[in-house]
Design a protein around this ligand. Structure first.
Ligand SMILES: *[C@@H]1O[C@H](CO)[C@@H](O)[C@H](O)[C@H]1NC(C)=O
Length: 228
């Protein structure tokens, strides 16, 4: 199954793979408000459209603290590495020695690589609370990402994310977009960021066993008037 994750990130493979499987009812994969976000701060967003198996969201402005690229063959292991770095960061391991409140979700961006070992590059990000957005404490090895207006096609799934889930869920999102007007829009709007990358958003700590919410995001830019 490992093999599936590390080599499943090219869009062609996603399409090929997705034709092999009958996906369950797509409507079950959107519309859950992550319970975590009732307790801790999460970026707010507007739902632009709910489709069959996907949701289109708009994030107006959000600020993220992001690791350097982590080369790994495992999503789970790269996320753990990045999360620990960010965890120490919010505990005060930053230039201001400032404690920062925990937020959700933690993002892992997956950038497929064409290297000989089929490993991927992972960027792990922490959502910076509004309180700290004007001046996020700098820290070695971390950089700030300011998102202006960003759109995301989103699919939700539950449980503890395994390496083998990631390609499967991304393929399912990709497939659910096909045949909708969003397929082209997402493809076109993605060209500015690394082309075939996508994000896994995780809302729960490893100690929560129930009501776990995870999401696949395909982030894209779009002209505003397209919505209307
Ligand atoms: C995002 O901005 C639009 C106007 O551009 C506004 O109507 C909307 O309420 C904002 N949404 C959020 C979640 O702040």
């Amino acid at each position: 199954m490992q093999w599936l994750l590390i080599c499943s990130t090219s869009p062609l493979f996603l399409v090929y793979f997705s034709t092999l499987t009958n996906w369950p009812n797509h409507n079950q994969n959107v519309g859950i408000f992550p319970p975590t976000c009732n307790r801790i701060e999460c970026p707010s967003f507007d739902v632009i459209q709910v489709g069959n198996g996907f949701e289109i969201r708009r994030y107006n402005s959000s600020v993220w603290m992001t690791t350097s690229p982590i080369e790994d063959i495992s999503f789970v292991s790269a996320t753990r590495t990045g999360f620990l770095e960010l965890f120490f960061y919010i505990q005060g391991k930053n230039e201001y020695k400032k404690h920062i409140e925990m937020t959700g979700p933690v993002l892992t961006e997956i950038v497929p690589s064409d290297g000989p070992f089929c490993a991927s590059s992972f960027l792990v990000s922490f959502y910076v609370p509004k309180l700290n957005q004007a001046d996020p404490p700098p820290a070695k090895g971390l950089h700030v990402q300011k998102w202006g207006k960003k759109y995301a096609a989103v699919r939700q799934f539950s449980g503890f994310v395994q390496d083998s889930d990631v390609g499967v869920e991304a393929a399912a999102l990709h497939e659910s977009l096909l045949g909708s007007k969003w397929s082209d829009v997402v493809e076109k709007g993605k060209s500015t960021s690394p082309p075939s990358s996508y994000i896994v958003a995780q809302y729960n700590s490893p100690f929560e066993f129930e009501n776990r919410v995870n999401e696949i995001w395909m982030v894209f830019d779009m002209e505003d008037d397209y919505v209307l």
